[in-house]
Design a protein around this ligand. Structure first.
Ligand code: ADP
Ligand code: MG
Length: 372
């Protein structure tokens, strides 16, 4: 085992009903000290993965290893893993300090040591003045800080968080995202974080595992997931993408491709990392809305852009103001909607109902393997 690997899932599957698989043949290495996010839609197996690691669910198949020791047969309290759930799960009859002390009492730590640890854990989450309150005297955000503090107080090597900010409003969520990042940096603890919110995943993580139907579609840094999605599913789940189905006409050097798009144009494109592509293959080409451009007619294309190549005609269907930019929906001649993000200045050049041309640089058109 590589020495920087803390947790290993080896070919883990989980069925609750003996029929469908909530998690399917999962192989996953979690690195020591990393902030790993499990991202995916509801029902894709994120919580099941976390619960098996915490010990609240048992794998139906495969094994789980922590620091080189097999743990999937150990009860939760013998695994030394901290857990934070979406619902705060604090003991309502105990004060904040008692809640945080609880994991230490269970571990039979001496009283004076517990007092020290609790004080430190309260300071870490900026709740030093709230030690004697009961949970119902705290706001949602404060309760979640207590839960966080309780998960960290016994200095676990790894902390699992299942949508911990899901019940909070946006402002508070952003504040706590920053807090959790800071704590991760300060304590150098390994964090496995579950969310269905792609922005949260992109901003917080060292790596993201994108879940689909109980499997990981792609695991990589936020940069790589966003810039080089492996397939059409990842390209649309993480960020927005214009997906243009088509066929490969030619394969050149260094991932350079020529494609014929069903929407009615030929285009040069780049192969996404790891995509196995051949001439004649059906593919999906993807261009991010922020990389797409628009002009009034074919005559207005920049002189460097080939006419009738890497561009599509359409009609402006909608212009939506987003604050710092506009989102323009363009209805292509085949009926597909194509999204272009425009700066405030650019947006004044277009009106709803106008015929226009959308285009892109050839390096911004990424060819992905089609998914079933
Ligand atoms: P996520 O956290 O990504 O939303 P889950 O891991 O909770 O997904 O669920 C994965 C699948 O397992 C879903 O189809 C869900 O309905 C099913 N499932 C989860 N928990 C249970 C359970 N306790 N009993 C039966 N089925 C479950
Ligand atoms: Mg869940």
């Amino acid at each position: 085992m590589e020495k920087d690997i803390l947790v290993q899932f080896k070919n883990v599957s989980k069925t609750y009903d003996g029929d469908g698989l909530a998690v399917r043949n999962l192989d996953l290495d979690i690195r020591k000290g990393e902030f790993l996010t499990l991202l995916g839609p509801s029902g894709s197996g994120k919580t099941t993965t976390l619960m098996m690691l915490a010990g609240f669910e048992t794998p139906s198949d495969g094994s789980i290893w922590l620091s080189g020791k097999r743990i999937d047969t150990l009860p939760p309290h013998r695994r030394g893993i901290g857990v934070v759930f979406q619902q705060y799960a604090l003991f309502p009859h105990m004060t904040v300090a008692e809640n945080i002390a609880y994991p230490l009492l269970c571990r039979k730590m001496p009283k004076h040591e517990i007092r020290e640890k609790v004080r430190g854990a309260l300071e870490l989450v900026q709740l030093a003045d709230f030690a004697n309150r009961k949970p119902n005297q705290l706001s949602g955000g404060q309760q979640q800080r207590v839960a966080l503090s309780r998960a960290l107080v016994f200095e676990p090597s790894i902390v699992l968080m299942d949508e911990p900010l899901g019940a909070l409003d946006r402002k508070l969520r952003e504040t706590l995202q920053i807090e959790i990042r800071r704590i991760h940096r300060e304590l150098k603890v390994t964090i496995v974080y579950v969310t269905h919110d792609q922005n949260e995943a992109l901003t917080m993580s060292d790596r993201i595992a994108v879940y689909r139907n109980g499997e990981i579609s792609q695991i990589d840094t936020p940069d790589a997931i966003y810039g080089n999605p492996r397939d059409a599913y990842v390209a649309t789940f993480v960020g927005e993408s214009n997906l243009l189905p088509g066929m490969i006409e030619g394969v050149g050097d260094g991932g350079a491709l020529r494609v014929a798009l069903d929407a009615g144009t030929g285009a040069e494109a780049l192969a996404a990392d790891g995509a196995a592509l051949e001439k004649g293959m059906r593919i999906v080409a993807s261009v991010r809305p922020e990389n797409a451009k628009a002009c009034a007619s074919l005559d207005d294309l920049p002189s460097t852009h080939p006419i009738g190549f890497g561009c599509l005609e359409g009609v402006v269907a909608d212009l939506m103001f987003l604050g710092e930019q506009y989102r323009m929906s363009v209805s292509l001649s085949n009926g597909q909607i194509f999204i272009v993000k425009l700066s405030i200045g650019e947006s004044s050049r277009f009106v709803i109902g106008q015929s226009i041309v959308v285009y892109w640089d050839k390096t911004d058109l990424k060819v992905l393997e089609a998914v079933a």
